[in-house]
Design a protein. Structure first.
Lengths: 244, 276
């Protein structure tokens, strides 16, 4: 399967992390999670709603910017994707900056809705393509959204897994710890350990992340690429070029 | 006729945004008032306290770069797929502006509290975020309706002096058509003064047509309207035109340096120079 592009592997891998649910939502600037959500929808037996905030066609909110958060608060959104400029071993994410806030040495855009969505959405999937000791750190400089909460704090869900350009790592909130579940083709568990700034559980034998089969690739390159072209034209043209 | 409405010139509209005011602006998917922003920069607005509902892109970045902003409450400022917001990033690191970091649902809740004219709204979530360490105005309380321990976060009402946004149309009575971008209604409801630029005037009343009425903001929330064709460009306007991708990409590159931003300001906005 040498002709499977990295973005296709990541979209298929993310889709495999999505449980059977009713409503998957995807935030801004997230073409690979959007592809994953549409792939999950295409392969699901039952009806799956997909909301893609970046899209006009796949964003059916009619009650203003608050509706996403209010719907999520009520449990009407089952899956959401979050990233992080830094992610640490307790699944805390940092979207604000490096340094001792407010005395930052680097500034990132800001928290967006992450501090909220991480609590109210049952299944949060963390996604960060760059897997390095720069992005996956022992402790984030700023906790935009905590990966877990102490007893007594209401919390419906939170991070369930981290998918990167190297690996799939499920998160166990009760133990506040990631586990290496699979390593993408061409890499080893040792590569993952070296590129990760935090400790995690490493089984004696770590499988390779399965590459997407032909029917999955057909979906990604066909109907899903067509849908993505509406709202991520640059991404769709780069990853799924239209044959001349 | 005391019910007559007439639009005013753009410069007269932005003159109502006075230095030091708390100014609410929408996100770039919801009618970014770019023509009005350029007019604000040309008139040399100072010490604006900006609140973005809930985030911003080019609009906040050029206002900050031009030295119009002393403080910003925001959930994020970024150029999205074109990268970080260069003037915002520079100003924060150089401590030229104060950033009041927030999160989208908290900003929405603050505006909703003002709609009801109550001092706060409670929210779930967010507890344990480092945001709380720097938001002494956000309070954690125990749910007074529960018997046990159930902490809730209280978000104080946000009551802007002035709201400024761009929309497709105003009708002959001064009602504004906002379509399904209902956060524009919330921003107007919450603000003491609402200023709107529109693409064009609609000959009639939105309230004569239920389909149009469903997307209308009543004129009694609106203090002044100016016509500004392509008034959101180079940002896009819902249902009207797409963002000018080439412009935004070029901006992201040019504004990486102070000199590049000054050149952009002179060329695109006609402002003599960037304020220090």
């Amino acid at each position: 399967m040498s002709d499977c592009r990295p973005e296709e592997l990541l979209a298929a891998t993310l889709a495999d992390q999505i449980p059977d649910v009713r409503h998957i939502a995807v935030g801004a600037a997230s073409p690979i999670p959007a592809a994953a959500a549409l792939l999950k929808q295409a392969r699901a037996r039952d009806r799956v709603h997909v909301t893609i905030l970046h899209s006009r066609r796949y964003n059916s909110f009619t009650d203003g910017g608050r509706e996403l958060f209010d719907a999520a608060a009520q449990g009407r959104i089952d899956v959401f994707f979050l990233g992080g400029v830094q992610i640490d071993g307790e699944a805390n994410i940092n979207l604000v900056g490096l340094g001792d806030y407010p005395n930052l040495t680097q500034r990132f855009p800001g928290c967006f809705g992450a501090p909220y969505m991480a609590f109210v959405v049952p299944n949060v999937i963390l996604f960060r393509e760059e897997h390095s000791t720069r992005t996956l750190v022992k402790k984030v400089d700023f906790v935009s959204a905590p990966g877990w909460s102490p007893e007594g704090v209401w919390r419906r869900g939170g991070p369930k897994a981290l998918v990167t350009g190297l690996a799939v790592m499920p998160f166990d909130a009760s133990r506040r710890r990631f586990r290496l579940a699979s390593v993408h083709p061409g890499h080893t568990a040792e590569d993952v350990r070296e590129a990760t700034g935090f400790d995690f559980d490493m089984p004696a034998s770590v499988p390779t992340t399965p590459v997407p089969d032909l029917s999955t690739l057909g979906l990604l390159r066909g109907p899903i690429a067509d849908k993505l072209r509406e709202f991520y034209p640059d991404f769709a043209d780069r990853v799924f070029p239209v044959p001349a | 006729m005391s019910s007559t409405f007439s639009p005013i010139p753009l410069d007269d509209l932005v003159a109502q945004v006075r230095d030091g005011m708390l100014l609410a602006v929408p996100a770039d998917y919801s009618g970014a008032p770019m023509a009005a922003t350029r007019a604000l920069i040309r008139r040399g607005a100072k010490n604006l306290r900006l609140v973005t509902v809930p985030q911003s892109t080019l609009q906040a970045d050029i206002l900050i770069g031009a030295g119009c902003v002393s403080e910003i409450e925001t959930a994020a400022v970024t150029l999205g797929e074109f990268g970080t917001a260069p003037c915002f990033t520079r100003a924060v690191l150089a401590k030229k502006i104060k950033v009041v970091d927030a999160t989208c649902p908290a900003i929405h809740a603050g505006f909703q509290a003002s709609e009801k004219d109550v001092p706060f709204l409670p929210l779930r979530g967010i507890l344990g975020s480092d945001l709380l360490k720097h938001r002494s105005d956000w309070k954690t309380v125990d749910n007074p309706m529960a018997s046990g321990n159930d902490p809730l976060l209280l978000i104080p009402a946000i009551r802007p002096d002035v709201a400024l946004f761009h929309a497709p149309m105003a009708d002959r009575e001064g009602n504004i058509w906002i379509g399904r971008r209902r956060e524009l209604a919330t921003i107007a409801h919450a603000s003491k003064t609402t200023l709107v630029t529109v693409e064009r005037l609609y000959d009639g009343s939105f309230f004569d047509d239920e389909k149009m009425a469903a997307g209308a903001l009543p004129a009694f929330y609106v203090n002044a309207v100016a016509v500004a064709e392509r008034g959101a460009a180079p940002v896009g306007l819902f249902g009207e035109y797409e963002a000018d991708i080439d412009h935004l990409r070029a901006y992201a590159k040019e504004a990486r340096t102070e000199a590049g931003f000054a050149a952009y300001l002179a060329r695109e906005i006609g402002a003599a120079k960037a304020a220090a």
